[in-house]
Design a protein around this ligand. Structure first.
Ligand code: BGC
Length: 587
């Protein structure tokens, strides 16, 4: 995830120190214009076992719609990962082919990409390149010494790296959760420990939600951001620790629901930037905290809402259409990625909804495009994105042990069951892994890592199936075997029957950076009846157990627990249910 970003920052930081080696100019005797292409291959940064490069191709022949650059190494260099090109190696031969978004190369146009490699001995520069089979001149004339620039990360003055972000290859790790303990929020821990049996889980790591501007300094005498980071330093000791922060205060927040509407109106993007993101960024950049690994969860539900609920579908709302039209979700998320991603120990994870929201092709592909757009505009770069998180504050099972999407019953695919309803996924992990593949194909870094919020998706207890359902029909099979016992997979508020899920764990499966507890178990998703408050929170009837539902849950009952407090407030009965139905069980 971060390796590529680190490499680019390394490049940007170190060229300034002029430590890069560049190929000498080898002008063709007949002049540059007569040569079909020129290649500028610069080693930007080199350490004992590795190096990063910036390569710029200039096309002096006919315009191209795709390109492939080849060269060979004389030594034992190995390309480990690339950005802005698909860089592969076979023996000493390397091929860099365009990504889907940078295949167009006009006559006289340039394209840049980079990669990281390993080597031992000397890192001799390659001396010959071919572009689509034609030999190129070797030149160092393009780019500027201080900013080689790439199409997706032009290295603008808005993201030059920071003094606390020296961009050394060791600055950011690939998966911040590996080898690190998780921060235990003392405030959540105290709530949990005060419940009967709660001390058994009170030492788990949960995320800190910065759900309003006042949370930065602490609400009503509670811990503010610095207090959490100071406590994190204490918990860290001499080892590694990761603290998770939820960035959650966009203008017009929670546009498809009411329970977590926020303090900022739809147009208050400037306030979001200057009074929310900037102060958070300046605290996180304090060198005192440089030894912490800080994982951010960026704005749950916001971009998925733009994709599915902002017009043209039954579930659309005027509030989401407004946020799509004014662009303030996109601007806010790009800004957060840019500002926070520039800090060397911050790892950004963008919220990616869940399988039962985005798992249809008509939602999945536009979501990938939306993420790519936001991560490459308004100052953000794909290098500001460590990964994505699925199931934030939701209830989808991590894996369904007794229902696979490839199953069929009497010749009928389970996809046509009422529960699955033609979705391509039946659980969060398969969704996350497929999404990851698509995101990388769309231009995100190949090291991208996914998180799954497993805080409340355990579905244990006596209602948990222990075997596949009967094969009398697809519906009987799916309903009998699914561990997710919700009435409808679109239900999201204080779900009856839910249990704590997998405890936080790093690198649990391919492509998954961690299982995390982002929604602190025991904190309400929303009030079951209207409660006046000064946080902007509304009353969403999806939290009312007597409500018959809306278009987004197929007009089914909500399955919400009764007597719930405002979103974020402690809900003792829910905590006790989660403990009771934990899976794996709590012992
Ligand atoms: C609420 C936030 C709260 C968070 C964590 C959200 O639903 O809107 O205020 O901090 O949940 O419990």
């Amino acid at each position: 995830m971060s390796r590529s970003r680190t490499a680019i920052l390394a490049a940007l930081a170190l060229v300034a120190g002029a430590s890069g080696t560049a190929l000498a100019v080898v002008p063709g005797s007949s002049g540059i214009a007569a040569i079909p292409c020129t290649v500028d291959y610069k080693v930007q940064n080199q350490w004992d076992s590795g190096f990063t490069t910036a390569v710029t191709i200039t096309n002096n022949s006919a315009a191209k719609t795709s390109w492939s650059l080849k060269w060979s190494y004389a030594g034992n260099q190995r390309v480990t990962n690339g950005w802005n090109a698909k860089v592969t190696q076979s023996g000493t031969a390397v091929t860099a082919a365009n990504e889907s978004y940078n295949g167009a190369l006009a006559t006289g146009g340039s394209v840049s990409f980079g990669f990281q490699g390993s080597y031992s001995g000397s890192n001799a520069l390659p001396t010959a390149f071919t572009l689509d089979g034609v030999a190129c001149n070797v030149d160092n004339g393009s780019g500027t010494p201080t900013d080689p620039g790439t199409p997706t990360d032009p290295g603008t003055p808005t993201d030059p790296g920071t003094p606390t972000d020296p961009g050394t290859p060791s600055g950011k790790v690939d998966n911040p959760f590996v080898g690190a303990k998780g921060y235990v929020n003392p405030e959540w821990s105290a709530h949990a420990a005060a419940e009967p049996g709660g001390s058994k889980v009170a030492n788990q790591s949960t995320a800190v939600w910065l759900d309003r501007i006042a949370a930065i300094n602490g609400v009503n005498g509670g811990m503010g951001l610095r207090a959490h980071l100071d406590e994190a330093l204490k918990q860290k000791g001499s080892g590694q620790l990761v603290i998770q922060l939820v960035i959650y205060d966009l203008p017009g927040r929670d546009c498809a629901a009411l329970a977590s509407n926020g303090e900022l109106g739809p147009t208050e993007i400037d306030k979001y930037k200057s009074q929310y993101i900037d102060p958070i960024a300046s605290i996180l950049a304090d060198s005192k905290y440089a030894g912490l690994r800080i994982a951010t969860v960026i704005e749950p539900d916001s971009l998925p809402n733009l994709v599915t609920n902002a017009g043209g579908t039954a579930g659309s709302t005027d509030a989401c259409a407004t946020m799509k039209a004014n662009g303030n979700y996109e601007k806010g998320v790009s800004y957060a990625l840019d500002k926070l991603g520039a800090i060397s120990n911050v790892y950004n994870y963008i919220d990616a909804g869940h399988h039962a929201w985005l798992g249809w092709d008509s939602n999945f592909d536009p979501t990938v495009q939306e993420f790519y757009k936001v991560a490459t505009t308004n100052g953000a770069s794909v290098n500001d994105v460590t990964g994505f998180i699925v199931n934030t504050a939701n209830y989808g099972a991590t894996t369904e042990p007794y229902v696979k999407i490839t199953d069929s019953v009497n010749g009928q695919t389970v996809r046509q069951s009422k529960w699955i309803d033609w979705n391509w996924y039946v659980d969060e992990q398969s969704f996350a892994q497929a999404l990851r593949t698509k995101l990388v194909a769309a231009g995100f870094n190949s090291g991208l890592g996914m998180l799954v919020d497993t805080s409340r998706n355990g579905w244990g207890g006596s209602a948990r199936p222990t075997a596949a359902g009967p094969t009398t029909s697809v519906d009987a099979y799916v309903n009998g075997g699914r561990i997710d016992r919700r009435i409808h997979a679109g239900n999201w508020c204080n779900q009856s029957g839910a249990g704590l899920g997998e405890r936080p764990k790093s690198a649990p499966a391919a492509g998954i950076d961690a299982y995390v507890w982002v929604k602190p178990p025991g904190e309400s998703d929303g009030a079951s009846s209207a409660i006046p408050n000064d946080e902007g929170k509304g009353f969403d009837r999806m939290c009312d157990p007597t409500y018959g539902g809306n278009a987004r849950n197929g007009n089914n009952p909500t399955g919400a627990l009764p007597n719930s407090p405002l979103a974020g407030k402690w809900f003792s009965a829910q905590f006790q249910q989660l403990l009771q139905n934990a899976y794996p069980p709590v012992s």
